[in-house]
Ligand binder design. Sequence first.
Ligand SMILES: Nc1ncnc2c1ncn2[C@@H]1O[C@H](COP(=O)(O)OP(=O)(O)OP(=O)(O)O)[C@@H](O)[C@H]1O
Ligand SMILES: [Mg+2]
Length: 406
Amino acid sequence: MIPQKASVLFRQNYYTDNHIVINQGGTSSGKTFAITQVLFCLACEAEKLVITVVGQDIPNLKAGALRDAQSIYYGWAGLQNLVKSYNKTDRIFEFHNGTILEFKSYDNAQDAKSGKRDFLFVNEANGISYDVYTELALRTKQKIFIDYNPNSAFWVHDYLIGKPNVQLIISDHRHNPFLSAQTKEKIEALKDQDLEQWRVYARGLTGKITGLIFNNWFICEEIPAGAKLVAAGLDFGFTNDETGFVMVYKQNGELWVDEKLYNTGLTNTDISARLIDLGIGQHIDIIADSAEPKSIEELRRLGWKIAGAKKGADSVNNSIDILKRYKINVTRQSVNLRNELGRYKWRTDRTGRTLNEPVDSWNHLIDPLRYVALNKLRSAGRIKRNSWLAPRPDKHVAFREMGMLL
Ligand SMILES: Nc1ncnc2c1ncn2[C@@H]1O[C@H](COP(=O)(O)OP(=O)(O)OP(=O)(O)O)[C@@H](O)[C@H]1O
Ligand SMILES: [Mg+2]
């Protein structure tokens, strides 16, 4: 059983004799989609298998492998006939032949000791610790698939690549025939911004991305009950760029940020309707990209309390300086903002020298955060040092802080 729309990556992963197949690659090369297709095929072909897809956490899975799984499932009638049920809450596909395909995340190595499986897919493996991987791999009978963007070397490079029975496939957007020309152009355009990012995200080569701008952010589970809303930030996008909307709160001198919108194709009327659907009241302050006065005026006429961010020659650097003074807590569900923060870096020139401006990409949620900083946090007092700079016990968070996860 082969899907109709299969890329070269599907064939490479499907017809392999190796125990471990590593899919290193640039962004949007089709890694996750192809491996998920392979898992569906394997699930249909044999009885009573257990197939586990693991991600850093559930929001990451929902934005990655699970999203691809749903789009494959709903777009493939032949597959739907073989699936007995899909439990959205538990994220388990159960097949008529008794096989299950489950999507899970594990808090630690102990947690990962539970259960055995036939096939394992480690989605965005640089967000998973080696301990957790090892426990899962030990309990996997047949094959292990791994995918990631190689922004820096990690345990896959240290312990797996080059070993017997391990296949390495390096892919990039040129291997994905299902991607729009605009998306391909956008990825290639990284070349003009930052060669190191281009190597990683457009060519899938292992990088050593340095110069990350924010290392003062942490994952939190939710916005604390007593936190006070500072304002919301809005960045306009449409065809190629996402419209981004974040809510910024303050409590105990720390910022708490929650992503609300991250979509292309939204008109101003759509944005307004989506915010209302999200239960966001029209009384809150919204700070938006001042380069779009017409959109700001349109939203104002739709009833929103919206203003343009302050302009100024140094506004980008100023707002970064302001944000760096805070401990920034980002909700776990803010997957796209977490991604952007993990990639946001200073530009480098061709010789590798760091420039005094950020790479102008993957900033559709960071920009609105900056707008809020410019208009609402300018006079903020400095936070006490040390309170949050101490090492944290949580391994996953520590791992992320090392800039290892995208
Ligand atoms: N076989 C396919 N059929 C239809 N669409 C596909 C197929 N393969 C990939 N795509 C499209 O390409 C997009 C990018 O693919 P995918 O998410 O698998 O890339 P990726 O390599 O995992 O990227 P990243 O490294 O950013 O996670 C998918 O969201 C999907 O829209
Ligand atoms: Mg992927």
